[in-house]
Design a protein around this ligand. Structure first.
Ligand code: ATP
Length: 348
């Protein structure tokens, strides 16, 4: 097997050899009862996660999110049930091997304080026996990927980085061996709101490139909506209250528990998920109005309507505002796009 990231992951998960993205994960009737505890922390949890999918676990403190996630890389051993990654039962794999092929990012970051940032990122490649040259190249590539200039940051120690920069270094370290699966436990939880938004945006861009299979734990529903392909809203003992796309959950919460989690402003949150191009636009006419790109969200359109005081906007093809006008949108079209229709079924 060649000395490459994909090569080493493929020894464990065969599909990682043929796809550059992630592999599927299946949890089947998984239960965890901690020793001496009268009730299970996780009870009879079953879920299938598709290759390359970013699944958010959201739920209140103590509901079992972290326990569920940590069973996937066997930091916590399940009491019963089975977990398969790329069809392989993780209980039959060596825990050390498994963890080297599953990226893991936590809120406390967990960078080694006495190692430089470059050495921190190189930990797993070294454990996997990569050559010095290949490791150094990978470290540099990853620092650039997470937007830390290698010339500035490689030789620094963790304490010489801001919280947000440390978090980026943590993501780079988790990605070092190009693992097909990433587990992320409140990775942006300790950062201030502005840094958090920036890290989320960077993370979305990164995931669009790398397409890993990711389980991401958060107690912030808005973060789940912003990042997730699907969201699992978890109740006590990790009971799955709803598991669906952000839009479907916002449009039709399965029960009061899910509705209380969404909180106020469900319609506004949905607006941010739906591009202008999905609304039924009015035909273009000869009147010139403020313009909005078809790729922007309905929320942006509403913002612009309010800010400009205009009764409609000209929708422009593509991402910029120089293209051809393809129609008009006003408040009525925005409401219609939300009312009773899923974003997927709204046609231009
Ligand atoms: N090592 C342990 N021994 C006994 N009970 C534990 C242990 N770890 C966790 N628990 C309990 O299991 C339950 C689930 O904990 P877990 O950390 O998975 O929840 P969580 O949803 O991730 O919470 P948080 O958002 O606060 O991190 C909690 O009631 C917790 O007290």
């Amino acid at each position: 097997m060649p000395d490459t990231a994909q090569g080493s992951a493929a020894r464990l998960f065969p599909s990682a050899a043929t796809t550059s993205g992630g592999v599927g994960i299946e949890l089947d009737h998984v239960t965890k009862t901690y020793p001496g505890q009268p009730v299970s922390a996780v009870e009879d949890f079953s879920m299938r996660i598709e290759p390359g999918e970013l699944v958010m676990f959201v739920g209140p403190s103590g509901c079992g999110k972290t326990t569920t996630m940590k069973m996937v890389n066997r930091i916590i051993e399940p009491t019963s049930g089975s977990i398969r990654i790329d069809g392989q039962d993780v209980l039959h794999l060596s825990p050390d091997q498994l963890r080297r092929h599953i990226g893991y990012v936590i809120q406390q970051i967990g960078l080694f304080p006495h190692m430089t940032i470059a050495d921190n990122i190189a930990v797993v490649p070294r454990l996997l026996g990569w050559s010095k040259k290949r490791t150094a190249e990978r470290v540099e590539e990853l620092l650039r990927t997470v937007q830390l200039d290698p010339g500035v940051f490689a030789k620094r120690y963790p304490r010489q980085l801001s919280g947000g920069q440390q978090q980026r270094a943590g993501v780079a370290r988790a990605l070092a061996a190009d693992p097909p699966v990433m587990l992320m436990d409140e990775p942006f939880g300790a950062t201030d709101p502005i840094t958090r938004e920036r890290l989320q945006a960077e993370f979305l861009r990164l995931q669009a490139e790398i397409g890993k299979t990711i389980i991401f734990v958060t107690h912030d529903f808005d973060e789940a909506v912003r990042l997730g392909d699907r969201i699992a809203v978890l109740g006590e003992r990790s009971r799955i209250e709803q598991f669906d796309t952000p839009d479907a959950i916002l449009a039709a919460p399965a029960n009061d528990y899910v509705a209380s989690f969404i909180g106020s402003g469900a319609a506004l949150k949905r607006l941010a998920l739906v591009p202008v191009s999905r609304a039924a636009l009015l035909p273009a006419d000869a009147v010139a109005r403020p313009r909005i790109a078809a790729t922007r969200s309905l929320r942006d359109a509403l913002d612009q309507l309010i800010a400009t005081g205009s009764d409609a906007l000209d929708v422009v093809d593509g991402a910029g505002t120089d293209g051809a006008v393809i129609g008009r949108i006003g408040q009525a079209e925005i409401s219609a796009a939300l009312r009773g229709r899923r974003a997927e079924t709204v046609t231009p």
